[in-house]
Write a protein that binds this ligand. Sequence first.
Ligand SMILES: Cc1cc2nc3c(=O)[nH]c(=O)nc-3n(C[C@H](O)[C@H](O)[C@H](O)COP(=O)(O)O)c2cc1C
Length: 307
Amino acid sequence: MNKFLEHTGVKYPIIQAPMGWIARSRLASAVSNAGGLGIIETSSGEVENCKKEIAMMSSLTDKPFGVNLPLLFLKDDSMVNFCVKHGVKFVTTSAGDPTKYVNVLKDAGIVVYHAVPSLEGALKAYKAGVDGLIVEGTEGGGFKSPIEVGLTVLIQAIKKEIDLPLIAAGGIVDGIGMASAIAAGADGIQMGTRFVSSLESPVHTNFKDSIINAPIDGTLILNKKSKPVVRALKTDLTKKIDEEGVMDMSALMNIKSLYFDGDMNAAPALSGQSVGLIKEVKPVQDIIESTIGEYNEVCKRLSNSKF
Ligand SMILES: Cc1cc2nc3c(=O)[nH]c(=O)nc-3n(C[C@H](O)[C@H](O)[C@H](O)COP(=O)(O)O)c2cc1C
């Protein structure tokens, strides 16, 4: 039995990535209703709105869902306490050391997976006692490690050292990506950019169109010598930041204008290398069903091509 399915009770081992303002109840419930695991973000820092979004999930789906807690950005224990009190069953932690909250969450019966971009981070999280890991390769969109290790290499390296369920994230949009992640040792996948460009995603059409029109080399990793390091679409703004070689957190201040007003140069348009593989806006259910269908076809093809 797939350990991630056992931990969550979902039909398919597909998680929708946490994404500030985007991973709210409309998108997350569509993913959960289609058999994946929808996640509600809290990285926007809009604590009260996020609490409402979590509470709303029970009226939109009777399927499992989760919440992401970006540890460095939590101002206090309020979100953690809310998850405990409101019967949240699955939490992904990210951006920081999971040690502080892992026992509180686990004592409340919550399954905790921690997001890591490196083997070193994975070993620390394992020691902290998390139940699983989200392994983020350099291909992914959003905040990144300055050390660029590709997903397949990272999954294999972590699998060799750590016996925990691993969810592969970064650059995956379909069943081929899913099959290659599972072949490398993952138990499931997480997709961000693919769901940003789904029908149910709340972002402006300009952002979705920029994703589906982007070429395979359509993203840049920005700010490798400083913080934050992010992967984003090539736009006038990000090409300028790339040339200058520096960026600070204020570059992301107007990201809501990009997400919801469609101003593609209001902030870096966070996206994974997966943009080059996404060709149309599709409903979440189609994305999940075609991913699983393609995954099963790849498995069949591979079992017929043994050497
Ligand atoms: C638009 C966008 C916003 C993101 N925002 C967040 C965030 O707020 N918190 C976080 O932990 N990760 C964030 N990420 C990273 C995703 O959680 C995920 O790891 C990544 O998208 C996986 O790679 P993919 O986009 O190629 O599927 C974001 C990614 C994207 C594309």
